[in-house]
Ligand binder design. Structure first.
Ligand code: ADP
Length: 194
């Protein structure tokens, strides 16, 4: 804990990776409120654009509602400007494809910084489906309908699981067990960030 707070003085960039429903957003929100990290979630950015009914929002909606990924160029553009000026960033939901990961490396290289840690939230598929169904009941997200959930899991296996390997090759991944209560996962996460 002490170490993390001390880290606030220097720049830290962390990626949260893991399947839909693994709890990345919840944990990122916690670190943001407790430790002052900036939470950059492409899912939240997309929901914000859709909610405001912007052109970008309308464009992304067609992909989002089906549980498909929004095209790489679109999300890369969304993240670019926010990344450049931000310190102590948690990237949640980005990168989600290998080209996005390569673009992130390139963007960070250009501004002369690198990723500090990649946290991989590991969780069992049955548990995930259960969590997403509960979230649908609470938040009413259209992409948490059963058909869209299954599709997002397939998209995850096909497009995002290779991102874990991309970072593993570079030895940058710390895996944490994302099963258990929010507080248990939080403690593991803080342990992994020390
Ligand atoms: P979850 O982690 O539960 O899938 P997110 O809020 O991260 O939720 O993402 C929801 C949806 O937003 C995705 O299914 C996809 O349509 C879109 N999205 C979010 N991030 C990206 C990204 N990096 N690349 C492409 N599409 C994205």
């Amino acid at each position: 804990m002490g170490k993390l707070i001390r880290l606030r003085g220097i720049e830290v960039r962390i990626v949260f990776l893991g399947p839909p429903g693994a709890g990345k957003g919840t944990q990122a929100g916690m670190l943001t409120s407790e430790l002052g990290y900036v939470h950059l979630s492409t899912g939240d950015m997309i929901r914000d654009e859709m909610g405001r009914g912007t052109e970008l929002g309308k464009f992304t909606q067609t992909f989002y509602d089906k549980g498909d990924l929004v095209p790489d160029e679109t999300v890369i553009d969304m993240i670019k400007e926010r990344l450049a000026g931000a310190e102590n960033v948690i990237l949640d939901g980005f990168p989600r494809t290998v080209p996005q990961a390569a673009s992130l490396d390139d963007q960070l290289y250009r501004i002369g910084v690198s990723l500090d840690k990649v946290i991989y939230f590991s969780v069992d598929v049955d548990e995930l489906i259960d969590r997403l169904e509960k979230r649908r009941d609470i938040e009413g997200r259209v992409d948490d309908e059963p058909e869209a959930i299954r599709h997002r899991m397939d998209v995850y296996d096909r497009e995002t699981a290779p991102v874990v390997d991309y970072y593993r090759d570079g030895d940058r991944v710390i895996q944490i067990d994302a099963l258990g209560t929010i507080d248990e996962v939080r403690d593991r996460l803080i342990g992994a960030l020390k």
